[in-house]
Design a protein around this ligand. Sequence first.
Ligand SMILES: NC(=O)c1ccc[n+]([C@@H]2O[C@H](COP(=O)([O-])OP(=O)(O)OC[C@H]3O[C@@H](n4cnc5c(N)ncnc54)[C@H](OP(=O)(O)O)[C@@H]3O)[C@@H](O)[C@H]2O)c1
Length: 259
Amino acid sequence: MPILDRFNLTGRRALITGGSRGLGLEMARALGEAGAELVIAGSDEAHLQNARDTLRSEGLSVTTIQADLSKPEAAERLCDVVLKEHAPIDILINNVGGRRINTPTEDLALEDWQRIIDLNLTQAFILTKRLGGAMIPRKWGRVINLASINALWPGKAMRGRSYEAAKGALTMFTKAVAADWAVHGITVNAIAPGPFLTDANKRWIGEKPEFEGEVAASIPMGRWGRPDEIGPLALYLASEASSFMTGSVLVIDGGKLLW
Ligand SMILES: NC(=O)c1ccc[n+]([C@@H]2O[C@H](COP(=O)([O-])OP(=O)(O)OC[C@H]3O[C@@H](n4cnc5c(N)ncnc54)[C@H](OP(=O)(O)O)[C@@H]3O)[C@@H](O)[C@H]2O)c1
């Protein structure tokens, strides 16, 4: 197959959670430009509508579903809707997540710990189980989990260690399911981004303006990642191009983990 054809997603349908903004939106755009039909989920209807209008104006095929994935029961309901109205899903990107809190462990309330574990890990388990599980009879599928460099290394600037715990667990879940499902033609990989300038990080910068320069200076490339720089990596993992890759954790961080 010619090399660029291996990246072609015509005839594939992809669900991207948190596809209305940030890294999720850029991964959705990349897969859509490669020919995939897009289904994007997010919690805020206005953000979803904005993403839908933007992506459609670029000629892409996109459907949106509102779901608050911080709640496991809402993740189950999303799966019900997707399996009933949008099946089959060939490519699942579990992108929803975030640190949300900057509280030291000695002060971290159990409810906050659980909330972050549910947001970053539990819903990804539910979607992988149900939507990834539905790929098994079709003998082809792609599951891509958004971990973080904080799955591999505790961030210095920020506390809220439930985030490191959840992303670390998501990384090992990725590897274990990859091993189990390789026989079914389903690959399961994780992306571990370093600092990207998305709304989530702009919020932290809003609270502490010097954070922007401090983080840039801690990266060998001397700058934050642009959200669109994650699209090509997601396309690689979503397509035939990555046919012999599973259980991998791909770091994309401007070299941050080198220092
Ligand atoms: N940005 C980084 O530097 C970085 C670094 C390492 C890892 N990551 C990981 O990459 C992923 C994306 O990060 P990001 O920075 O792009 O995040 P973001 O800017 O906060 O965007 C998050 C996306 O997820 C959706 N979302 C948030 N909470 C949700 C919920 N409870 N239910 C459903 N949808 C929800 C948002 O939609 P609404 O507008 O509807 O809320 C939005 O589309 C996360 O898993 C994050 O941990 C990011």
